[in-house]
Design a protein around this ligand. Sequence first.
Ligand SMILES: Cc1cc2nc3c(=O)[nH]c(=O)nc-3n(C[C@H](O)[C@H](O)[C@H](O)COP(=O)(O)OP(=O)(O)OC[C@H]3O[C@@H](n4cnc5c(N)ncnc54)[C@H](O)[C@@H]3O)c2cc1C
Length: 531
Amino acid sequence: MATLGPMPDQKIADSTENYDVIIIGGALSGGAAASLLLRKNPGIRILIIEKSENLGRRVGEATVEVSAYFLGHVLGLTKYLNEHHISKQGLRFWFANEKVTALDQSAEVGPRYLARLPSYQIDRSALDEEVLRRAVESGASLIRPAIVSNVQLNSGGQQTLEVKHGERRFTASARWIVDASGVNALLARKNGWWKSNTDHPTAAAWSRWRNVKDWDGRELAEKFPKWAAAVYGTRGTATNHIIGDGWWAWFIPLKGGDTSVGVVYDQRLVDFPQDGGKLGERLKGFLMKHPVAREMLEDAEFVEADVHRRKNLAYSSTTFAGDGFVLVGDAAAFMDPFYSPGMDWISFTSSCAADLITEQRKGSPMAARIEKHNRDFTTSHARWFSALYKDKYHYMGEYDLMELAFRMDLSLYYWGVVQPVFHLGEDALLAPPFSPPSGKIFAALIRTYNGRFAAIAQRRRSLNQLGRMNDNRRSLIPGFTLARSDTKRIFGMLWEWGKIEIKEGWHTWGRSKATETVPEPVPVADLPRQA
Ligand SMILES: Cc1cc2nc3c(=O)[nH]c(=O)nc-3n(C[C@H](O)[C@H](O)[C@H](O)COP(=O)(O)OP(=O)(O)OC[C@H]3O[C@@H](n4cnc5c(N)ncnc54)[C@H](O)[C@@H]3O)c2cc1C
């Protein structure tokens, strides 16, 4: 784990002082937004207000290609990430059915070689503190532990908020407020913009664990030599996903030896145990039913003080910005942890927030920009969710369907999201995924095969035929590059999808509805305005 030096002098806010920007929340999205603003606007007066004295460990420990680009290239953290965190080796998936009694019989999907683009397994308590420390070092003021309790928005004018800092209560004001308050989603909840995504009733339970077995160690290599030899890279530094019907669990290694392990499930399909001891024991009991988790957690203990649960994970704000405020990270929306999109979302929301504020400071007209910001993020979130996540948990436990969906999802992520970021640089982070016109076509394609696979799995469920291919198979994926020729691989995958339709899918033709529903963003005129 990173050892942090002392914070640079914390400048204490004065109640009479006025800021250009106040950021609510000093974790990753708040710290990142502050750093970008300071870079684009030298001398800007920023106050960050953070509730906690020290940022604790939190979920959001696996980066993917875009979030790693943002942290490494945009925030300039590559050296820090290499020194204090773990270089990640892609995603692996482990399936099971009644024939699987040992780890080596589980159907596996994952890379054979090491990854080609950087990504990291990170301890968020260390990373977020480092991002915050750098923002303060670059000139932001920080008060902590301090809570923002009330915010008065004033479109085009000064925003005011109330702060409790120890015994002291004061009012602070700024031209802009950046809401980076995470799942608290202060502005969205206070203003009635917060909307639960009832189409996606997922929940999660997690902890950090000690003594999880080493995926690449001697013990498993001696017990399962053929299994060990099948992969040339390392399995242990991947995000390993243990998969069941309607649920998945992550195994994420953290620097220093702890492992983050948690389960996410669709509450329509899975009854997470309500009885049987403390939450950590129930979590372990649930996971131990899967042969791969049973092997890996045989000697493991969860950290008692670090066991968590959250229900109804998915939500969104109906408004993302107005003339004087902007929402970033989880304060704006949360979709689903599968494929780790949380920090990608932070990359786009923080970049666009910094751009919006910078444009206003340059004197650019704001109304059209704010309208575009709201339209882009509303469209991005709605298409991203309905393409990738809606009903995915119905087929998640099916090796053949998930294996193909994963390769298609990954290849289209490289084509539509990763390539633009690496080829165009950080400007590509100003166009959230699926928001440009081409996003409609990508979203429609993904939504269609995702909906078809869900319909096929639902039929298998009704026939009691789930999981038939979940044993003794291994798909070792060569990995994608940014070469344009790699995008052509999608055509072979579409052909494989066609074969599934001819063999089995035709039974359910007409059952999956793949329509696009992008809600209208709230018009700017409806946002609060004071004389
Ligand atoms: C189960 C699960 C697994 C996940 N796994 C991944 C993953 O592997 N990869 C990934 O990219 N994402 C993942 N995510 C998403 C990720 O956790 C979030 O997207 C990310 O942590 C959001 O960061 P943030 O800075 O926006 O908010 P947070 O990390 O929640 O920080 C918000 C900050 O605001 C402060 N705050 C809140 N209210 C106030 C207030 N009133 N006054 C002052 N301060 C306040 C808090 O103290 C906190 O420090 C996962 C999410 C879940 C639920």
